[in-house]
Design a protein around this ligand. Structure first.
Ligand code: C5P
Length: 238
């Protein structure tokens, strides 16, 4: 399954800036946006609800990671919001992943909302080969560790992973086409890289097997965010 709309990472630090940014788009344009930890910790559920009320879809990227019971209860709360996607860390293990999914679905059922999809973080893109081997003592290395975590997440009933465009094809082989591969680190040829190192253009991500892309600064910092969004939309869906 491919998500046609690029997901816009709303990496702002307060509600007002976020809502001002969304005002750039025509009211009829229903977006898919990502809210991460900084914005959620600063603006909380009220902002999520306000954005949902405007008709947008929300990817709430909170990367929950704790003992299974705590994660289940946290996910129960998130499931009631009506978001479309959220995240947890695969290395919380099978029981925690199952509990996360269970809590999310129960929360959505209780509130009469659609069932959100749950993505796993495998190895953060800030984690390199040395860290995997020397700090985590995982002898099989980074690539195999990512594959292992993806399979672990799939076996626990999750819906996909966050992964770099460079990993997407391999993960498609390992987990099959329906398991989502959501890819950040997207840049147009004309964009600056910022702090991203291994970037891809939207069309490359499509060719390399990503099923959704997350784009922040190339849209949020653009002089004309709507034009930037449209250019990325076209390349991703060409
Ligand atoms: O501005 P930029 O397009 O680099 O934003 C990418 C978004 O995706 C940010 O919200 C960032 O936190 C997130 N992300 C990432 N790399 C990951 C996971 C999430 O860049 N591995």
């Amino acid at each position: 399954m491919k998500l046609k709309r690029p997901i816009i990472a709303l990496d702002f630090n307060d509600a007002q800036r976020t809502l001002d940014f969304l005002q750039n788009f025509p009211q009829t344009e229903k977006l898919f946006v990502k809210i991460g930890m900084e914005l959620y910790y600063s603006a909380g559920q009220d902002l999520v609800k306000a954005i949902l009320e405007q008709g947008h879809d929300v990817f709430l990227d909170l990367k929950c990671h704790d003992i299974p019971h705590t994660v289940e209860r946290a996910m129960y709360v998130l499931g009631q919001l009506g978001v479309s996607l959220t995240t947890t860390h695969a290395n919380g293990g099978h029981e925690m992943l199952k509990a996360a999914k269970y809590g999310l679905v129960e929360g959505a059922l209780k509130a009469g909302k659609k069932e959100p999809q749950l993505l796993a973080i495998t190895q953060l893109t800030s984690t390199d080969e040395r860290m995997v081997k020397e700090e985590q003592l995982i002898t099989v290395g980074l690539e195999k560790s990512v594959e292992n975590y993806a399979k672990l997440a799939q076996n626990a009933g999750l819906d996909g992973v966050v992964c770099s465009g460079w990993e997407a094809n391999k993960l498609r082989e390992v987990t099959g086409p329906e398991f989502l591969r959501v890819t950040p680190g997207i840049r147009l040829k004309t964009d600056s890289l910022g702090d991203q190192k291994r970037v891809m253009t939207p069309d490359m991500a499509a060719q390399n097997g990503s099923s959704a892309i997350v784009v922040g600064r190339p849209i949020t910092q653009a002089k004309d965010p709507v034009t930037a969004y449209q250019a990325i939309f076209e390349l991703w869906n060409q």
